[in-house]
Design a protein around this ligand. Structure first.
Ligand code: FAD
Ligand code: NAG
Ligand code: NAG
Ligand code: NAG
Ligand code: NAG
Ligand code: NAG
Ligand code: NAG
Ligand code: NAG
Ligand code: NAG
Ligand code: NAG
Ligand code: NAG
Length: 571
């Protein structure tokens, strides 16, 4: 029986999955450890040093260690560095049994967290391999096939759906940290060359940006410090605020190196394993194999025009600003703007306009904000790195907080081209605020101006005729009761239902959608799903890997998902 929430104090007794032949013996684990150079480790929850009961056993707290965890609890870099930490801590827990080991994210030094609660392993795989070589992966896959255990792959742990948690064993790719630049990168089997950066499947955005800057080029990536670009980001879509001009992550990958789940090391690009290449450009992480590295097309260093506008939101002033955003976004899209916007703020960038043009372009938003007593900056910065370090660390989405996400891609026509469409969109966002006090999180990050080659990627084609992604965050307290959690997931369902009603033929971004999105095959992949499923069967013939709503998903009732709440209205 697979019981992810149960005590595993000694961590020697973990049972295996449904298809298990029998649980691996100590001897088998020891052999695996030897085969991977001793880099098989056991794990304990991040905050376990604060608690006096850990996995059902008495434990002596370590005040020094606990203080370090408190200090780093909501810092992406701290979480990135620790195997047991996920950016959304509910994916460290078993939500159904409430077995968890969390601190109070509003105040990590609140002693109630460890005085009133026990610490449980939850969804954290009790063993992980610190992957450093291709051989580590081959050995791990052999072991999984032989023993039938469930496993997971974790890079940064940014996943919003728990896809990098669970199982008896995890492959942690953080130390696949190679980075190289070539001005004349040639995809294997091809002749043409590109300016490109090759990144290992453990390198976070902040390192890639800095490295690209040192090489005088620009690499597109996410709006956060520690997303692994070769991990889940580029495999599922990958939006950047430069995507309106330069395309999504999936548009910019030139080549992947991967160990597919059938145990074969492959290079996938336009010339070799091109079916797999297509599948990896949108099919999602954890689906076809363990990616070793990805090569991304680079742009030259570019200066950027930046608009940063904000004011204090009130019940009366949000709608007016949202109208300005909706009314201007089509023009802004044509001018090459991308950015993150909300009812009382925006941070947008533009690589195409002059400063004077950019300034004139955003004046309606500037004037509105100033009239509300807010502030506005329109400036020129010399590079993406200059923009990123100045703006993103303080603006990126929170981590260390149990956050549920929901989102939908919003088609350009009619929502930005027609007065009724515009009004319906403003109404939807106003309703989110008035009904649930939930702010829309607007991303102008679709490939609006990008010259896409139809059929070249496998994510939902809805990306290609949308101008915005509207998302939102619903945060659950560290000690939320089951009842509260159910009602918070229901709020997310209710809001995404409104979004689907508004734009029924659109889709959503696999990485950032409601974890309980109905009809997920169509929503995330549209017409590409049947081919993706064939390729899942081709490259993972034994179905070694399954993950929540991934291609070929076994469904919520599979025992791997016993820690996911049964938000049954959608199934
Ligand atoms: C704060 C925050 C900000 C974000 N901002 C953006 C943004 O600006 N743009 C955007 O597009 N997305 C954004 N995202 C979403 C992000 O792209 C996804 O969470 C993505 O899945 C993260 O990939 P990861 O590999 O870093 O994370 P992980 O949680 O480690 O992995 C995600 C998925 O990929 C799989 N995976 C990881 N490594 C590999 C590998 N080597 N081989 C095979 N599978 C692998 C995992 O098993 C899992 O299924 C954001 C998320 C957060 C939490
Ligand atoms: C407590 O944690 C600190 C910091 O990680 C470590 O140096 C120390 O050895 C630990 N003490 C004990 C008794 O384990
Ligand atoms: C992560 O944190 C746990 C719990 O404090 C600790 O035991 C472990 O050594 C840390 N692991 C890494 C890789 O930092
Ligand atoms: C960096 O790249 C820019 C844009 O291509 C170019 O103008 C500049 O000369 C380069 N600088 C160096 C030091 O190579
Ligand atoms: C932008 O335009 C406003 C209004 O015309 C002007 O006051 C401001 O100085 C301009 N800012 C920049 C950076 O050009
Ligand atoms: C936005 O456009 C609509 C018509 O499409 C108009 O009614 C509304 O006044 C405009 N709002 C702003 C703030 O420009
Ligand atoms: C896209 O293609 C059009 C028409 O071929 C061309 O005018 C435009 O410059 C291209 N845009 C980019 C960003 O390459
Ligand atoms: C893209 O190609 C698909 C078939 O591969 C087709 O159904 C669709 O209509 C095409 N879309 C465009 C915009 O040409
Ligand atoms: C959750 O924790 C907070 C702060 O520690 C406390 O005030 C609150 O009562 C707790 N809620 C529940 C449901 O236990
Ligand atoms: C969700 O919507 C349904 C139908 O309108 C409503 O009955 C329910 O109360 C809503 N749930 C929450 C948590 O608001
Ligand atoms: C959730 O409940 C529904 C209806 O009661 C059931 O059909 C479904 O299998 C359950 N799902 C899980 C994940 O247990």
């Amino acid at each position: 029986m697979f019981l992810p929430g149960l005590a595993v104090h000694s961590l020697l007794l973990y049972a295996s999955g449904a298809s298990a032949l029998s649980a691996p013996t100590d001897k088998q684990w020891a052999k695996l450890s030897q085969a991977v150079g001793g880099r098989l480790y056991t794990s304990l929850p991040l905050a376990s040093s604060c608690f006096s009961t850990v996995n059902g056993q008495p434990s002596t707290p370590n005040a020094t260690e606990c203080a370090l965890v408190q200090q780093g609890y909501t810092q992406p870099d701290f979480r990135f560095d620790n195997y047991s930490a996920h950016m959304m801590p509910q994916w460290e827990t078993c939500q159904t049994s409430l077995q968890r080991c969390l601190l109070n994210s509003d105040n990590p030094s609140d002693p109630a967290a460890w005085e009133d609660h026990e610490c449980w392993q939850g969804a954290i795989a009790p063993r992980y391999i610190d992957v450093r070589t291709t051989n580590d992966i081959l050995e791990a896959l052999k072991f999984v096939k032989k023993t039938g255990i469930q496993f997971s792959i974790k890079a940064s742990g940014h996943d919003y759906k728990g896809r990098s948690s669970f199982g008896s064993l995890s492959l942690w790719t953080k130390n696949l940290n190679s980075l190289s630049y070539s001005a004349t990168f040639k995809p294997e089997g091809g002749h043409e060359t590109y300016s490109a950066v090759t990144t290992g499947a453990g390198v976070p955005t902040e390192d890639i940006y800095e490295f690209a800057d040192q090489n005088n080029v620009t690499i597109l990536g996410g709006y956060a410090s520690t997303i692994v670009e070769a991990g889940g980001w580029a495999q599922a879509g990958g939006h950047s605020i430069l995507s309106p001009v330069y395309g999504l992550g999936i548009d910019r990958v030139l080549q992947y190196k991967i160990v597919t789940f059938d145990g074969v090391v492959r290079t996938a690009n336009k010339y070799q394993n091109s079916d797999l290449f297509w599948a990896l450009r949108g099919g999602g992480g954890s689906t076809f194999g363990v990616v070793l590295e990805a090569t991304f097309l680079a742009e030259p260093r570019m200066s950027l025009r930046v608009a940063s506008i904000s004011f204090t939101q009130t019940a009366d002033n949000a709608r007016g600003f949202l109208e300005i955003l909706v009314n201007n976004s089509y023009k802004w899209g044509q001018e090459g703007w991308g950015g993150h916007m909300g009812p009382a703020s925006l941070i947008n960038v533009n690589p195409l306009l002059t400063l004077e043009e950019a300034n004139a372009s955003v004046q309606p938003a500037v004037e509105y904000a100033l009239a509300q007593g807010g502030k506005a900056v329109v400036e020129d910065l010399p590079s993406w790195q200059a923009f990123f370090t100045k703006y993103v660390p303080s603006a990126q989405a929170s981590v260390g907080v149990q956050t549920i996400l929901g989102s939908r891609l919003i088609p350009t026509d009619p929502f930005f081209t027609d007065e009724d469409g515009q009004e319906a969109l403003v109404d939807l966002m106003s309703k989110m605020i008035s009904t649930y006090a939930v702010n829309p999180y607007i991303i102008q990050g679709t490939p609006f101006l990008y010259n896409y080659t139809n059929g070249s990627t496998s994510a939902t084609p809805a990306w290609r005729n949308s101008l915005w992604q509207i998302g939102f965050h619903e945060n659950m307290a560290y000690n939320a009761t089951l009842e509260t959690m159910f009602s918070q997931y229901e709020i997310v369902n209710n809001i995404t239902a409104w979004m689907r009603e508004l734009a029924p033929d659109s889709g959503a971004y696999f990485n950032e959608a409601n974890p309980y999105e109905p009809d997920h095959e169509v929503t995330f992949w549209g017409e590409n799903y049947p081919t993706l499923l064939q390729l899942k069967n081709k490259y993972d013939p034994d179905r070694l890997m399954d993950c929540w709503m991934c291609i070929g998903w076994k469904g919520a009732a599979d025992e791997r998902y016993s820690c996911y709440l049964n938000i049954s209205s959608n199934f």
